[in-house]
Ligand binder design. Sequence first.
Ligand code: SF4
Length: 351
Amino acid sequence: MTVHIGKFIWDITYSCPLRCGHCYSESGRRPVRTLDRDNAMRIVDVILAAQAKKVSISGGEPLSVRWAPEAMKRMHDAGIAVTLFTSGWSVTERMAASLTDAVTSIAVSIDGADASIHDTIRARAGAFERGMKALDILHRVKEERKAAGQSCFTLGIDYTLTRSGAREEDLERFVKAASERFPKLDFIRFGAVIPSGMAAEREFEANELLSIQELVDLIEVGQRFNAREGNTIDISVTDVRYFLPQPGVSVVDLDILQIEPDGALRAFPIYEAKVGNVLQNSLDVLWPKVREWRADPFVIEQMESVHTMADWASTTRILDRRYGSTDDQERIARRGQPALEFEAELETELV
Ligand code: SF4
């Protein structure tokens, strides 16, 4: 294979114990599509052959998948920076130990200063407690490794900024509590919700999507937290302007790809358009299709029309409905209705 891709986002399952209103992958509300171990290793082979530098492992809840540590370790051993995103729901001592030499970085998602905020956003009682307990375990395991002179992942918190969770006094309270409970944490990243999946829908946009100006104002808040005397944690707020179209910059050759759990390849992260499946076709075949989709005048016009977060949500809705598969379009049409249950398909074999 000759195509080289710098970064992959690999959602390894759509199984998830939570039901976040901002879920970009709509996990927990659709068939899980998790591969068996052998096919998952074939996807690892694709990523290795593409000479990726970075891989983000997400989902769904990636730690609900039995083969996840093995897949991540193979990529990590090959020198790829592997970042794991987890809600922390299913982290155990044994699992934490298995991650020490399998990933470069772990980001536990916490979206609220306390259980009442976080559990509401994540739509499941106990989510905050489970996330904090996961951080307790991972923080301890990391410190033990460091004390023994061994390398380990960096560890931090990914805090998604929704209107419900982004009041400055709540962020202040959260940073104080997290710094006291996890003094050796490497980072706290406050990140804007990208209007993708559920977060692109009108109701979410109206109630929870922060504007670019509100997000820019929060950058200053993060800088203040970071500069505080005694702070040792890298605290940052994503500058969402970075993701907006830049004059003269084309996304056609942007070397980032997103793989869905069953191997389907998206033409561009965020949007539902698929160009094929990496288990059926090589990237040499798929990459030209990716470029073709990105260069489609309609797609370019839509992407270049984005100047606000509301524009972005609108563009996502338009592109998803136009280019999503039949399954995607049926699922999108069901949004807002009571969730279908796919519990029979949920992975139960936790690591
Ligand atoms: S924890 Fe992540 S994957 Fe699960 S519902 Fe929430 S945003 Fe989606």
